[in-house]
Design a protein. Structure first.
Length: 129
């Protein structure tokens, strides 16, 4: 059985985040329904449904210019994680039932851990607006 470590997920996320461009933000927003569907229908990603709403919110506020108090790297990591979930070709191919989404969940978890403070700052800002 294929197994992905937390460290492999972090390395994959960092590698992909370096390649995120401005147009990828819009791509993620345009694919929102497709991404949300993956979170709702696939076991390991299910526990991140509420986080997903927050991630989309911060991306939208960043695109609109409403919120720019977050480093580009954090936005890139969020976008890279969401694009990773969307991609059927990743560390463990998604067509493998259940197991195919474990790596997606690990990448999302790695992203949330890496940008935790920035997301907390965003939550605080959102509460006060």
């Amino acid at each position: 059985m294929a197994k992905v470590t937390k460290k492999q997920a972090e390395e994959e996320l960092k590698k992909r985040a370096k390649n995120v461009a401005e147009e990828d933000l819009k791509k993620v927003i345009n694919k929102r329904d497709e991404i949300e569907e993956k979170f709702k229908s696939n076991g390991p990603l299910g526990k991140f449904v509420s986080d997903l709403k927050l991630l989309f919110s911060v991306i939208q506020d960043y695109i609109s210019g409403e919120y720019r108090e977050i480093p580009w790297w954090s936005i890139a990591a969020i976008v890279a994680a969401l694009l990773y979930v969307l991609s059927p070709i990743d560390l463990i191919p998604d067509f493998i039932p259940v197991i195919g989404y474990i790596d997606d969940a690990l990448v999302v978890a790695a992203c949330l851990a890496m940008v935790e403070q920035d997301l907390q700052n965003y939550r605080d800002w959102k509460k006060n607006t």
